[in-house]
Ligand binder design. Structure first.
Ligand SMILES: [Zn+2]
Length: 331
């Protein structure tokens, strides 16, 4: 018995020791990389925080009705090359056309200005870009070591997202959290690959590559469900439009039928069988006592219902149209 306990304690002690050694090695590896200047930033990925940011961004997009932005990656028509980045005028022109592409995608008005500068004193120290809500202007700094297509595209996306968050009132009062939200939001609205690519060269990113990858993974995981919801929404919208059209068509036919009844002309088509004649008389009766009108009113109320309710109402309306059509043919 005592030997069992001994080996149990030994195993636990070994696990704890191993865990300690692994952690020490990891810490030393990070320290070494920082010392060699391999990172301008240094920290381990905080995946828990990243997932919280993802959920916050998702909720905020849903709250402003822009869930559709999460459905696909954005592809720029404008291609930014290294040669263009090295030339001030060309870089400014290309960034401008990228901005023009991004604004409608983000449901923003095309009145956001772009100010490209090589003067670092025009921005806060250490930053590559800035958004000025007063002027509604995105400011991008062109400086040595940070002039690459990846870095400049990412800076533009980040600053544009500041404008997006402010416009839709989904910012956070805590500045640090707001930067995290802005950065994470770039991924959710379709720029995740740009952010992942940029991360190796970017100075002072709020999120690091592993975190951007985590955001993308979470996004890809929810996309099928979001797509399904979007399809359902679209189907419902289309069914409602159709029902609205059919109700107004039926109402017009109803008015015509009532006018015919008003002149008291009886059905007299020779081609009608006795059964058909009986059906027409019933239709007339229903029209006169208003039960069809009731059905149309009910159909109108069904416009607020779900897809099944809308389709059921549409079938009822089409049946009314059929009866009215046959009725009018008989006169
Ligand atoms: Zn920012």
């Amino acid at each position: 018995m005592s030997e069992d306990w001994l080996s149990y304690f030994f195993a636990v002690a070994m696990i704890l020791l191993l865990n300690y050694v692994i952690n020490r090695l990891r810490a030393r590896r990070y320290e070494k990389r920082v010392k060699n200047g391999q990172f301008t930033y240094c920290r381990e990925p905080d995946l828990e925080r990243t997932r919280k940011l993802f959920d916050m961004c998702r909720q905020r997009l849903e709250s402003v009705g822009l869930t559709d932005l999460m459905l696909r990656d954005f592809a720029f028509q404008t291609q930014l090359t290294q040669a263009q980045c090295d030339n001030d005028a060309q870089a400014a022109a290309q960034l401008q056309s990228m901005l023009i592409e991004m604004l409608p995608h983000l449901h923003l008005l095309p009145n956001v200005k772009l100010l490209v500068t090589t003067d670092a004193s025009k921005l806060q120290p250490g930053v590559l870009g800035e958004y000025d809500p007063g002027q509604r202007a995105v400011r991008i700094l062109l400086q040595p070591g940070q002039r690459s297509p990846e870095v400049l595209s990412a800076a533009l996306c980040h600053e544009c997202l500041h404008c997006f968050l402010i416009t839709y009132g989904i910012t956070s009062p805590d500045p640090q959290l707001n930067e995290g939200l802005t950065e994470a939001m770039t991924c959710l609205v379709g720029f995740s690959q740009i952010m992942i690519r940029s991360n190796a060269n970017r100075q002072l990113p709020y999120l690091i590559r592993a975190e951007f990858e985590e955001l993308r993974k979470s996004l890809l995981a929810i996309r099928p469900k979001l797509q399904q919801q979007a399809d359902q929404k679209r189907n419902l919208q289309a069914a409602r439009e159709q029902l609205k059209k059919n109700i107004s068509g039926a109402s017009a036919m109803m008015e015509q039928a009532k006018a015919l009844i008003a002149v008291k002309k009886a059905p007299q088509s020779r081609r009608l069988s006795a059964a058909e004649l009986r059906q027409l008389q019933q239709t007339l009766l229903a029209l006169e006592n208003g039960s069809y009108t009731m059905t149309l009113r009910q159909a109108e109320q069904s416009l607020n219902g779900d897809l099944a309710a809308v389709r059921k109402a549409d079938d009822a309306v089409l049946a009314i149209c059929g009866s009215l059509y046959r009725l009018m043919l008989a006169f």
